[in-house]
Design a protein around this ligand. Structure first.
Ligand SMILES: Nc1ncnc2c1ncn2[C@@H]1O[C@H](COP(=O)(O)OP(=O)(O)OP(=O)(O)O)[C@@H](O)[C@H]1O
Ligand SMILES: [Mg+2]
Length: 503
C-alpha cells in the first residue's frame, strides 16, 4: 500500500457569484497517477491553481507528508514540491532549454557563487537523457514542437525535485506518437515514486494511464476509487448525475443539392490537389493525423490563407474570397481549432463574444440594441449549455471548456449555410459533447452543410455521412457512410490510398 502524500480536506474557493470549489477532498499517494475528472467548469483547473499557489483558497486544508501547506505564491508551491506542467505560455521562447529549466532556481558554483552554466547544461542533459528525449540543452525553446515543450516542462519539474506533478489536459495538442511518449514518461515518473495528478476529458486516457480517480461536480466532491474497479458508465454517472443514452445522435440525413465544390485546391507546403464536394444537409467528416493539412484547407476556403491553384465554387458559381468577410457574406461559418487564440476575446463579456459576428444587425446608428443582444446571447448560450455567473461576465473567468462553447455559440448564431467545425469537441466534457453532436445533427437536418474536422475516430464514424481522409496534404480516400470502417480510415490517414486499400 503506497503512502499518502497529499491530502486535501474541505477545500473551498469562491469567486463573485460562483462557488468554484465547495468542500472538495482529494487524497493522492506516492507512485500513483490520479485522474481528476469532472465536467467543464467542475473546478479542476481551479484546484490546480490553488495547489500551485496561483489562487488562495477560501477555506480548507492542504497537507503534504503530514505538514499543512499555506502558499503565498507560486514559488512556495514549487519549493514544497508541487509543479504543474503548463502549456507553452509559461516558457521563454527566446531562451534555451537549459535557461528555461533553471529559470528561477539557478545553480551556482559552491565557491565563487557565480552562475554555474556548465553545471546547469550538464544537469539538463542528464534530465533529458533520463527522460529518453533527443533534445539538445542549447536549443531555443521557440524551435521545439508543442510536445517537446511539454517534455521540457516535465524535465523542469524533475529539476525542482517535484513530488507532485500536475498535468491539466496535457495531450490536447499532441499527435498519437507524442501521446505515447508522454505515457512512457508518466509511467517512469510513477515508478520513481512521484504522484501525478492527471486531468483529461478522454476516457481512453484515464483507463490507459491512471490508477485512481476523483470526480468533481459543480465544485463538489462526488467520489473516488480505483480506475480498475470502475467503468465509463459509472464515471459518467458520477460526473453528470445521470447516464447518457445515445452518444451519437445521428439522424437519417436528408441530403440536398451540392453547395460547395473544391477542385484541385493547392497551397504550397500545406496541401495539394484537394478535391471534394459538399451538399446541403450533409455532414462531411475530415479525418487525418495532426498536421495532415485539414485546417489549412479550411482556412483557405474561409479566405484567411491564399491558394496557389485550384478552384472553389459555391452554388455552382466561382468563389475566390479576398478575406473572411467574403466567406461570411456567402454564409460560411468557421469555428477554429485554436479557440483560445483565434476564437474568443478573453477581455470581453460572453454576450459581446457571442454577438460579435452579428454586430451590424444588432447595431443601430452605432448603438447596440442591448435587449436584442441579450436575447441572442441567451438563446445560443443556453443551447450550448454555457456555465457562467451571468452573460455579462468576461470570457476569461470561464473554464477552458466553457470558453470553447462560447465560440461555438458565436458561429452557430450567425445562421450559416455552410458551417466548418475544426475539432469542435476538443476539451469539451462528455455530456456537452453529446449536446454538441445533437446540435450538429439538428443543423444538418435543417439543410445546413457541415464540415466536421476531427481527430477522434468515434466522432467521425458516429457523425459523418461521408468522410474525406487526408495524409500529409493529400486526400488519400473518401468513404461513404456505408463503407466507412475504422481500420480503412486509419490506414488512409497513414498514407495508403483508397485504390491501394481496395486493390
Ligand atoms: N478567475 C475567475 N474568476 C471568476 N470565476 C472563475 C475564475 N476562474 C474560474 N472561475 C469559475 O470557476 C468554475 C470552475 O472553473 P475551472 O476552470 O476550475 O473548471 P474546469 O473543471 O477546469 O473546467 P474545464 O474542463 O472546462 O477546463 C467555473 O464556473 C469558472 O467560471
Ligand atoms: Mg480546466
Amino acid at each position: 500500500m503506497a503512502e499518502t502524500l497529499l491530502t486535501i480536506r474541505e477545500l473551498t474557493k469562491f469567486f463573485p457569484g460562483i462557488k468554484a470549489l465547495d468542500n472538495v477532498h482529494l487524497t493522492v499517494r506516492t507512485g500513483e497517477v490520479h485522474a481528476l475528472i469532472g465536467e467543464n467548469g467542475a473546478g479542476k483547473s481551479t484546484l490546480v491553481k490553488i495547489l500551485t499557489g496561483v489562487y488562495f483558497p477560501t477555506g480548507g486544508t492542504i497537507t503534504m507528508e503530514g505538514r499543512e501547506l499555506n502558499f503565498k505564491n507560486a514559488i512556495d508551491a514549487q519549493q514544497a514540491g508541487i509543479v504543474a506542467i503548463h502549456q507553452e505560455a509559461s516558457m521563454f521562447l527566446e531562451l534555451s532549454v537549459t535557461e528555461n529549466i533553471y529559470m528561477g532556481h539557478h545553480l551556482r558554483h559552491p565557491k565563487t557563487k557565480r552562475l554555474d552554466w556548465k553545471g546547469m547544461r550538464e544537469r539538463t542533459g542528464e534530465l533529458l537523457k533520463q527522460l529518453e528525449l533527443a533534445i539538445d540543452p542549447d536549443t531555443l525553446v521557440k524551435n521545439l514542437s508543442v510536445a517537446q515543450r511539454h517534455m521540457v516542462e516535465i524535465a523542469k519539474a524533475l529539476s525542482l525535485n517535484a513530488k507532485v506533478v500536475i498535468m491539466d489536459e496535457p495531450t490536447s495538442a499532441l499527435t498519437t506518437r507524442e501521446v505515447e511518449d508522454l505515457y512512457r514518461i508518466v509511467r517512469q515518473l510513477r515508478k520513481e515514486g512521484k504522484a501525478i495528478i492527471f486531468i483529461s476529458h478522454k476516457f481512453e486516457e484515464i483507463f490507459e494511464i491512471c490508477d485512481y480517480y476523483t470526480v468533481l461536480r459543480d465544485g463538489q466532491y462526488i467520489g473516488e476509487g480505483k480506475v480498475a474497479d470502475t467503468s465509463t458508465d459509472e464515471i459518467i454517472n458520477m460526473m453528470i448525475g445521470r447516464n447518457i443514452d445515445h452518444m451519437f445522435p445521428k439522424k437519417d440525413p436528408n441530403i440536398g443539392d451540392e453547395i460547395l465544390a473544391v477542385e484541385n485546391l493547392s497551397q504550397l507546403g500545406a496541401f495539394q490537389n484537394v478535391s471534394f464536394s459538399l451538399h446541403k444537409g450533409e455532414i462531411l467528416g475530415f479525418f487525418g493525423l495532426v498536421g495532415a493539412g485539414r485546417t489549412e484547407v479550411m482556412r483557405t476556403i474561409f479566405g484567411i490563407d491564399k491558394r496557389n491553384g485550384g478552384s472553389i465554387t459555391i452554388d455552382g458559381k466561382p468563389y475566390a474570397p479576398k478575406g473572411p468577410h467574403d466567406a461570411m457574406a456567402q454564409g460560411i461559418g468557421f469555428v477554429p481549432e485554436d479557440r483560445q487564440r483565434q476564437g474568443v476575446i478573453l477581455s470581453m463579456s460572453i454576450g459581446k463574444n457571442i454577438t460579435m459576428p452579428q454586430l451590424s444587425s444588432l447595431c443601430h446608428f452605432g448603438i447596440t440594441n442591448a435587449k436584442r443582444e441579450l436575447e441572442v446571447t441567451k438563446t445560443y448560450g443556453e443551447k450550448m449549455e454555457i456555465r457562467a455567473a451571468g452573460w455579462h461576465v468576461d470570457a476569461d473567468t470561464l473554464s477552458g471548456g466553457n470558453q470553447q462553447k462560447v465560440v461555438l455559440a458565436k458561429w452557430i448564431g450567425t445562421n450559416p449555410r455552410i458551417l466548418i467545425l475544426d475539432e469542435p469537441t476538443k476539451g469539451i466534457d462528455v455530456a456537452t459533447k453529446a449536446a454538441v453532436h445533437e446540435f450538429v445533427s439538428q443543423m444538418a437536418g435543417e439543410g445546413i452543410a457541415v464540415i466536421l474536422i476531427s481527430s477522434e475516430l468515434p466522432e467521425i464514424l458516429g457523425m459523418s455521412d461521408r468522410v474525406v481522409v487526408m495524409h500529409e496534404g493529400d486526400v488519400t480516400a473518401v468513404f461513404d457512410r456505408k463503407e466507412m470502417n475504422q481500420e480503412q480510415i486509419m490506414r488512409a490517414a497513414l498514407g495508403e490510398t483508397k485504390e491501394a486499400l481496395h486493390g
